[in-house]
Design a binder for this molecule. Sequence first.
Ligand SMILES: Cc1ncc(COP(=O)(O)O)c(C=O)c1O
Length: 371
Amino acid sequence: MADAPTVTEQLASDAVRRHDPQVRGFASDNYAGVHPEILTALALANGGHQPAYGADVYTAHLQEVFRGHFGPRAEVFPVFNGTGANVTALQAVTERWGAVICAESAHIQVDECGAPERVGGLKLLTVPTPDGKLTPELIDRQAYGFDDEHRAQPQVVSITQTTELGTCYTPEEIKAICDHAHQLGMTVHLDGARIANAAASLDVPLARFTTEAGIDILSFGGTKNGLLLGECVVVLSPERVRAIDYLRKLSMQLASKMRFVSVQFEALLSGDLWLRGASHANAMARRLEHAVRGVEGVSVLRPVQSNAVFALLPREVSERLQKRYRFYFWDESTGEVRWMCSFDTTEADVDAFAAALEEEMRAQDHGPAAA
Ligand SMILES: Cc1ncc(COP(=O)(O)O)c(C=O)c1O
């Protein structure tokens, strides 16, 4: 009698295959899979025993890898996810009465289920921005009441690079923010869930808009750039940061098998994988922008400076297109949609999507309502 198929043989069979690995959408860079080089690195780190909780050789080596990018004072703390990186980092630079100034559109404000407030116990002081970017002037709208015991004390400014709206701060803009915040006695945190896309977009080394610009602590994104899972908190000004090791554990972000988070970052950052993936994702977004700019009735609403395209088109067209490709409405009230590209988005994906969009626009123009 033939042996029964193994689980992996079953999963690989056409009858069971649960998803088509050739199908990609534009919903999120988190929808993408894992880069093959990362999978290889994971396999190489497997086997044998290594000390748990970050005392392994991969995590030790990662310190050097990050110092190569961020300078000799950098200290890296691998964590599970971006929300955890932000919440851990922000707690490490605030006191119990501290508050964090951020853009109204910041992920920490909009998309973390209140974790900074509930898990970190932090007050967020938000500022509306036209493009997701803070400026010294915008920071000043919340940077007041120092020494007033009635007000949560503004202790940190948190910016996102690239922003949730796909825009990218220049190194000079970040330096101006850091100089201003430091003059006021505040620390600066950078949410770098898409930090690689920023470096690719600016065509500068990572340190140029972080260490050299005055950033004190940052969350370094990996998952959106080809990792299976994992982000890092990177401390750039150790003198401003307290108890991060305790806070990481307290915030449920201390991985026992940390070698598998660390080796992914080694694979990402030792060579140019981080930059290849991010540059490609950005290029695909630019290609998409060019393809749809010419389509009548579609407007690209924001500068395309990373891997995101924000557009406005008739809601019914978006809804029909969503039956063919996954993507999200960014703003339900206006009908604005967001299209994200990833390290694995292909030119053919972009061209097919743009063609589908044109098709749906034509169907709209010539459909029953317009006839
Ligand atoms: C700007 C930004 N920060 C942080 C995160 C991290 O989120 P997660 O906790 O899902 O890894 C995301 C993910 O969407 C993000 O877009």
